[in-house]
Write a protein that binds this ligand. Sequence first.
Ligand SMILES: Cc1ncc(COP(=O)(O)O)c(C=O)c1O
Length: 397
Amino acid sequence: MDDRQRYDRATAALEPPFAILDLAAMRANAADLVRRAAGKPIRVASKSVRSRAVLERILAMDGFRGIMAFTLPEALWLAGQGFTDILVAYPTADRHALAALAADPRAAAEIAITVDSREQLDFVEKAVSGAHPRAELRLSLDVDAGYVALGGKFRAGALRSPVREPHQAADLATAIAKRPGLRLVGVMAYEAQIAGVGDDPPGNAAFARVVRLMQARSARELIVRRGRIVHAVRQIADLEFVNGGGTGSIETTVREKAVTEVAAGSGFFHPRLFDFYRRFSGRPAALFALPVVRRPGPDTVTVLGGGYLASGPPGPSRLPQPYLPAGLRYAQDEGAGEVQTPLLGQAAQELRVGDRVWFRHAKAGEMCERFDTLHLVDGDTVTESVPTYRGEGRTFL
Ligand SMILES: Cc1ncc(COP(=O)(O)O)c(C=O)c1O
């Protein structure tokens, strides 16, 4: 039985649109992340999963420790559900959530929030000033891990923290140390230009060479700079963790002595954008099914829904991939539609009204903002159906 037959059989009783998670594929992907981490623990990036039940299953596997959350309300919710060791990896300006964190010593002991400036420290202090009790807040310092060359004319990596050099990190660590009620417990430096950029982009050999060169240089530069930053901060604060990397960079990130853990999330579902790396491959684990509802012509079918675009720079790479049956493509003028999506190609000939077309999202967790349930497929049966964040009424972003 091929995957399409297996998924069709497992979900025969369901009405599309719906989403599935192939458990065997996800477990194999998880095992490969652990292998690549070579003994260092992996913090699970919840934004790329967005299902509490799936996060629990991942954390029950060997090799994973802690959550990398994307908002403070999410982290508070997860802590309330029994999750521990949660790093909110992006700064927060949510005054209510900050006040709730400070007023909840149990949550405050499990959650670290991200800062990269004095302005944020002032904001946080003001937000928690009225909290009773007022627990100490755990902070993580976000450091720019981007790659800069040609005297600043070339830059690769996400535009995030303004803190880049060891002395800047030490200055902020000192400022934190002077503020009672705030404690620096971690450093995070995410090299998006390696972790999130495939080094094997299709159909553009010259660009691929540039990407590889940039990534090799960036990795070399980071070994030195991240090491110095961590050394400088450790003179000032007792760090519990130094986090780096993501699904696409695990093996290079863990090589750095200064790094104590890596983050990963996308690797579990293995969405479309992660097909373009030479260092690893994965099995598509999260899919959604849309029903064929009409046939505009012999080589064309139309499915219901489909316009579930991924975030990031707009372009074809952000579209879902029509995955099974293989060989379907979008109509140039329509792409993936709001309510319906025409699909072209020979494979359309064999499809009938009511058949399913299986898609992969371009990114991982965003698919779960479209569906309230993930049907867990084991072999050719659905063994369980679990809620996504959305299914629990939680749309944090
Ligand atoms: C801080 C941070 N770490 C790690 C990651 C990597 O996550 P993933 O493995 O899902 O690509 C991201 C993704 O944007 C991130 O923002």
